[in-house]
Write a protein that binds this ligand. Structure first.
Ligand code: HEM
Length: 469
């Protein structure tokens, strides 16, 4: 008796979703309209970034990717979804709770929290991310960039896994900037335990997010989380508390200070400290690996960058935050790397307010989840000529004047965009310039297909192996 009733209910739901749902007029695959399972399948398989390229190519600028989710692939969608609407006396679109606040283990952090709390936290940390404050942090970034060059120069082998080394560097930088002590990765040539623990939880978080779409399943499956995993999580929390305690014993005007003075509880502080560590390091390290790969697989572009950097400086001492600002090709390479390999390749979903909203001049009903998907938008031939190719020249070349550069928003858009953008550019420019100035680089054959990666919130980077001389 139960089985036929359940079948009828599921069938009726499917018919409703496809033909009578308020989103039924939007294009997309029929299975995605029926259920969220195709979406979950690709997220859990790590292939959602590639699936979105296919979906937008097939269905156009707007795709219904799940019964209640629309993805938009158009430069104007950034403004329509993520911009502040307060000037028009409308509320901003809130971040989707099932995506950002899927786990209730710790309080939300600045990225996941509500609009009101975000305003307070952003105001508190804003001053330490201003250009002047970032310039004052240059010696810290420089210290670890130099250590990277030293460690690579003294390496016994000319073959190095550069992706690991970039990660060691950016983690050490953020450790020092936020906690007043590095993670010691460059010295030890390996990841610190604390970082391994954070990475392990990111993968798990992608699973928890999908479970949040099916709350009944979540309660059931959470019973099966092994106690060893819970134990590891507890240990990690203790490590963070100890780091924070040491940080709070010193009075420093750094990027953590605003959080320390504003967070309500130790748990909220832990949440923000973890977020800052990952957001401020994995992103820059990914981009550095991505751009190194793209340069080494496009030797003419690599040679052009080498020429720019080596002709601009006689010694490494001349290379600094200010002088690097004069190198247009270096910046163009980073921007083109951000286009083809955005560190935050996925979408940041928002919820349409109750009364509905117009996106791309199309009315979208209230409570719909809407998003702009970075990876697929940045690679659309409709907006970028020769979209699949690495062409830093597109920034200035007349041939690419028709590119929609306003589509490229790798640091997101609006009041919740990346606050670390300026720091990221300074750090990436410094590290890449020092690498190019000091070493000749060549890609190892076994890394030829390095960019064929899975993505679970962040890229699952395999080792990028190169020869340095
Ligand atoms: C290439 C490097 C980077 C990229 C591509 C990047 C990208 C992003 C994106 C897309 C967001 C919005 C996330 C969302 O709403 O879901 C974000 C937020 C954020 N990023 Fe970055 N980021 C980078 C580097 C950094 C660095 C170096 C720091 C700090 C040291 C940082 C700190 C933050 C913080 C604190 C937020 C939250 C801002 C807010 O909600 O007000 N990021 N980033």
């Amino acid at each position: 008796m139960v089985r036929p009733v359940a079948t009828i209910l599921l069938f009726s739901r499917a018919i409703y979703n496809v033909f009578f749902h308020p989103l039924s007029r939007f294009p997309g695959p029929v299975f995605n309209a029926i259920s969220s399972l195709p979406y979950c399948y690709h997220v859990l398989k790590g292939s959602q970034v590639y699936d979105m390229v296919r979906l937008h190519e097939t269905y156009g600028d707007i795709v219904r990717i799940a019964p209640n989710q629309l993805y938009f692939s158009h430069p104007d969608a950034w403004q329509d979804i993520l911009a502040s609407r307060r000037g028009e006396k409308k509320e901003d679109m809130e971040k989707a709770g099932w995506f950002y606040r899927a786990s209730d283990e710790l309080p939300p952090h600045i990225v996941s929290t509500t609009r009101e709390r975000h305003d307070t936290l952003r105001r508190a940390i804003g001053p330490s991310f201003a250009e002047k404050a970032i310039r004052e942090q240059e010696p810290v970034v420089r210290k670890y960039a130099d250590l990277l060059i030293d460690r690579l120069s003294s390496s016994s082998s000319s073959r190095v896994t550069i992706s690991d080394w970039y990660n060691y560097t950016t983690f050490d930088v953020i450790g020092d900037l936020a906690f007043g002590e590095s993670f010691g990765c460059l010295q030890a040539s390996e990841y610190h335990e604390w970082i391994k623990e954070v990475f392990a939880s990111i993968h798990l978080f992608a699973i928890v997010q999908m479970m949040a779409l099916y709350p009944f399943l979540r309660r059931f499956l959470s019973l099966f989380i092994p106690s060893s995993m819970k134990q590891a999580r507890l240990l990690h929390k203790q490590h963070t508390v100890e780091r924070l305690r040491r940080r709070m014993a010193i009075d420093r005007q750094d990027i953590m200070k605003g959080f320390i003075t504003t967070c309500f509880s130790t748990d909220e502080l832990i949440s923000n400290a973890e977020l800052l560590t990952v957001a401020g390091s994995e992103t820059t390290a990914s981009l550095l690996s991505g751009v190194t790969y793209l340069l080494l697989t496009n030797r003419d572009k690599y040679q052009k960058l080498v020429a720019e950097v080596r002709s601009s400086f006689q010694t490494v001492e001349e290379i600094n935050f200010v002088s690097l600002g004069q190198l247009p090709y270096l910046l163009a390479c980073l921007d083109e790397g951000l286009r083809l390999y955005p560190p935050v390749a996925i979408a940041s979903p928002r919820v349409v307010p109750e009364q509905g909203a117009y996106i791309l001049n199309t009315f979208v009903p209230g409570n719909t989840t809407v998003a702009v998907h970075q990876y697929s938008l940045f690679r659309r031939a409709k907006y970028f000529k020769h979209a699949e190719q690495f062409i830093p020249e597109r920034i200035s070349d007349r041939e690419y004047a028709s590119d929609r550069r306003d589509a490229l928003q790798p640091f997101s858009f609006g009041p919740r965009n990346c606050i670390g953008k300026s720091l990221a550019y300074h750090e990436m420019r410094l590290i890449l310039a020092l690498m190019v100035f000091t070493f000749d680089m060549e890609l190892c054959e076994d890394s030829r297909n390095w960019m064929d990666q899975k993505n679970f919130l962040l890229w699952q980077k395999g080792g990028l192996n190169i020869f340095i001389r």
